[in-house]
Design a protein around this ligand. Structure first.
Ligand code: NAD
Ligand code: DAU
Length: 371
């Protein structure tokens, strides 16, 4: 089998080292359940699927926690190929009812408690959603049959890398070595997924991606938090010295990678996703300030995150070699586009920043910012 290169019209292209082969694309209509689709990456994935696979039906199952936002899916709701269902992935009855109604071919599990800082405050819900929720979904897949169960995981399961070894990267063989309750819950789920493959032969796949950025990113995470606070001329809370490194990937590139893996990736396999886009937090914050024309004096160094991972860096060689995936968006373009998106969609994030979120911010940052 040659290396998959991509789709053009009704053909798929494969590369055999020195020649290309074109094969007619067999378009099979599929039902996809996308969990956590009212959140950041899940919603971007739903839009990606509706645009790139108009033949498929997409059903979003989301509990609408503080991080889920129905207004994000407003455009998707207009499509006859889309259905939204409010429900908890850890609720067996709800999940089984949905499987009976929809007979999904593919389940892509984005649903999670995703914020490291919140996991340090209250780990319990992370275990319930991220671990038990994964088990409930996979049990339903076993009971009703499935072509693919896909687990959206994270590079955080590998722990961190030292700052003084830029030659080191996470590969799929890097041992699991978690730091936070969040990453421990994601790693537990990954192990469970691989156990269901080995024990029950459930057709699974896992992707482990680096930090995403782009539209619909909840403003508790670094990039949207800094954009929204800089626009209000409020202090920007940088943890520690701001020297921690993250490997940033534009969210649509993550979506295209998952799309390839669920359709072409091998069962039982893990694929790392990343774009070799390492930046210190301070570099990211300064880039945002430049984009917005705001002064660096807004930066405020605050108490570090406990157990803060130093550096993440992904080796995406496997997904490139096997599936031909490459990221399309350079960081400078992606961050510019993202800042513009937040400028043009103020109503989306301003609504979030009012109400309950205000209490969260005061609780988490009140003491840190007073230093
Ligand atoms: P998010 O917090 O923006 O969205 C999570 C979504 O899941 C929300 O819509 C929420 O309502 C929903 N949800 C939470 N608990 C649920 C439950 N019990 N049942 C049903 N729905 C529930 O998260 P995100 O940043 O979009 O991340 C999505 C996935 O990608 C997560 O699994 C995360 O671990 C993984 N991931 C995120 C990143 C990143 O940079 N954000 C990088 C790599 C991997
Ligand atoms: O690497 C993938 C992971 O990326 C995902 O699995 C997580 O779901 C996602 O939240 C993200 O985790 P991080 O902890 O890396 O993202 P966060 O945006 O919370 O923080 C990015 C970096 O910025 C991190 O080093 C902590 C720092 N930071 C964060 C916040 C919120 C600050 O300095 N100040 C802040 O206020």
């Amino acid at each position: 089998m040659g290396q998959y290169v991509g789709i053009c019209g009704s053909y798929e292209y494969y590369f055999y080292g020195y020649y290309f082969q074109r094969r007619e694309r067999i378009v099979e209509e599929m039902n996809l359940i996308v969990t956590g689709g009212a959140g950041f990456i899940g919603s971007n994935f739903i839009y990606y699927e509706l645009e790139n696979h108009p033949e498929d039906r997409v059903i979003c199952l989301d509990k609408l926690t503080y991080a889920g936002n129905l207004s994000t899916l407003e455009e998707a709701m207009k499509s006859p190929q889309f259905r939204f269902v409010k429900g908890d992935i850890a609720d067996r009855e709800c999940v089984e009812k949905l499987f009976e109604e929809e007979h999904p071919d593919i389940v892509v599990n984005f649903a999670a408690e995703s914020h490291v800082d919140r996991s340090i405050e209250d780990p319990g819900i992370f275990l319930m959603t991220n671990v038990i929720g994964t088990e409930v979904l996979m049990d339903a897949c076993r009971k009703y049959g499935i072509k693919r169960y896909h687990q959206v995981s994270t590079d955080e399961v590998y722990g961190d890398l030292p700052l003084d070894r830029p030659d080191l990267f996470f590969t799929e063989e890097t041992p699991i070595h978690t730091s936070s309750p969040y990453s421990a819950s994601k790693a537990s789920a990954d192990l469970l997924v691989l156990a269901y493959y080995r024990t029950f032969r459930l057709p699974v796949s896992i992707t482990r991606c680096s930090n995403n950025y782009g539209p619909f990113h909840f403003p508790e995470k670094l990039i949207p938090l800094m954009i929204s606070r800089a626009l209000a001329d409020e202090p920007l809370p940088v943890y520690g010295k701001g020297e921690n490194v993250r490997d940033w990937l534009y969210v649509v590139d993550h979506c295209s990678a998952i799309d390839l893996v669920i359709r072409k990736g091998r069962e039982g396999e893990v694929y790392n996703i990343g774009g070799h886009n390492e930046r210190t937090n301070l570099e990211v914050v300064k880039t945002i300030l430049r984009e917005l024309g705001k002064p660096e004096s807004l930066i405020s160094y605050v108490t570090d995150r406990p157990g803060h991972d130093m550096r993440y860096a992904i080796d995406p060689g496997k997904i490139h070699r096997e599936l031909g995936w490459l990221p399309q968006t350079k960081f400078d373009d992606g961050i510019h586009r993202t800042v513009q998106w937040y400028l043009e969609h103020r109503e989306w994030w301003e609504k979030i920043l009012s109400g309950e979120y205000r209490n969260y911010f005061d609780h988490m940052y009140g003491k840190r910012l007073q230093q």
